[in-house]
Design a protein. Structure first.
Length: 347
């Protein structure tokens, strides 16, 4: 799993060494050798079962390139505890930006489809029973608005993620002279995560991200469920694009919404990952615990799943067909009963 954060480990070490050179904790020549070694490693580090993790892989590669006496200075005034917390935040903030961008692609598709159906009337349902007529555009904009709230939640969470733990070391910072804000600036963080115990302990940013994705999962699966139900012969409100549906292995008349069902199923994994991560972090003592390593893969899996499912929906929406016969069933003639009652009361 460290493959995902290797580039950040290298960047963190470069920023840290640059700061140490400025504070004379490492002389310029040694610092230059370490920085050259780190630069040469970018995109070339191979992980091996012989090494404990990605941090060890980087350290050993630097020691080999710059010599042990020089390369060993890479570990001055830092710990894997603050380093891994920083790398996770760096990757998570990148993933959040990508996820938000994926969501806006779906939103664009919804708006473009809505513009085509401003005057297209469809049945609106409550309890899956015909209730009142609405436009298909009105329905699509409802999905847009729900997704927009997730975009805003991710934006708000980004502020709490974009805080730098570096300089906290194992838990109690260091007696070497350091400048935490300098490292934070070099790595693109807004501020430092001030309390050093909190800096290496906190994984609430993972839970917050998973919670945001879980709310997205609820909204996406509701949309998917609507489309699946509406595409049945019984409802007949929409028809799925042929390339996103499948026939039966035995019944040639079938048009099965397999893609929608896969999206619905996979988005449920996001909620499971939130539950599993919360349980893994529950009742842990402060500072670093190996339990954290079981949580990180759940975050990456959920982000990837959410992006994949949303991307697929963004491809389905443009070619959705709305039935012209959706309102011709006799049962739908009663959908104006509420408005008829309103008119009688007004008169």
């Amino acid at each position: 799993m460290d493959k995902k954060i290797l580039k950040h480990i290298v960047a963190i070490n470069k920023a840290h060494v640059t700061m140490l050179i400025g504070y004379k904790s490492i002389n310029e020549n040694d610092g230059k050798s370490i920085l050259e070694a780190l630069t040469s490693l970018e995109g070339k580090i191979e992980l091996s079962p012989d090494m404990e993790d990605g941090h060890t892989a980087v350290e050993e590669a630097v020691a080999k390139a710059a010599g042990q006496d020089v390369g060993g200075n890479l570990n001055l005034a830092k710990s894997r505890n603050d380093q891994v917390a920083t790398a996770l935040r760096m990757e998570t903030r990148n993933e959040i930006l990508e996820t938000a961008e994926t969501l806006t692609v779906l939103q664009d598709a919804l708006l473009q489809k809505a513009e085509q159906h401003v005057n297209t009337i469809i049945p609106g349902y409550t309890h899956l029973q015909p209730a009142q007529p609405i436009t298909f555009a009105h329905y699509l904009v409802a999905q847009f608005d729900a997704i927009q709230r997730t975009v805003e939640r991710l934006q708000e969470g980004y502020k709490r993620i974009n805080l730098c733990p570096m300089g906290a070391c194992a838990l109690a910072t260091t007696s070497f002279p350091i400048n935490r804000q300098k490292v934070a600036d070099l790595l693109g963080f807004d501020e430092v995560l001030e309390n050093t115990v909190d800096a290496v302990t906190s994984r609430d940013f993972i839970l917050e991200t998973l919670a945001d994705l879980s709310i997205l999962a609820v909204d996406v699966t509701r949309f998917v469920e609507d489309l699946e139900i509406w595409s049945t012969a019984e409802f007949g409100v929409v028809e799925l694009p042929d390339e996103f549906a499948f026939t039966s292995s035995i019944m040639p008349q079938k048009k099965n919404p397999d893609i929608l069902e896969v999206i619905r199923s996979r988005m449920s994994l996001v909620l499971g990952n939130l539950t599993g991560s919360t349980a893994a972090l529950l009742s842990l003592p402060s500072t670093y615990n190996m339990d954290y390593q079981e949580v990180t893969p759940k975050l990456w899996e959920s982000l990837e799943t959410a992006k994949d499912c949303v991307s697929m929906l963004a491809k389905i929406v443009p070619d959705l067909k709305v039935s012209e016969d959706a309102l011709r069933k006799p049962a739908y003639s009663f959908m104006m009963a509420t408005e008829l009652a309103n008119m009688l009361v007004r008169n």
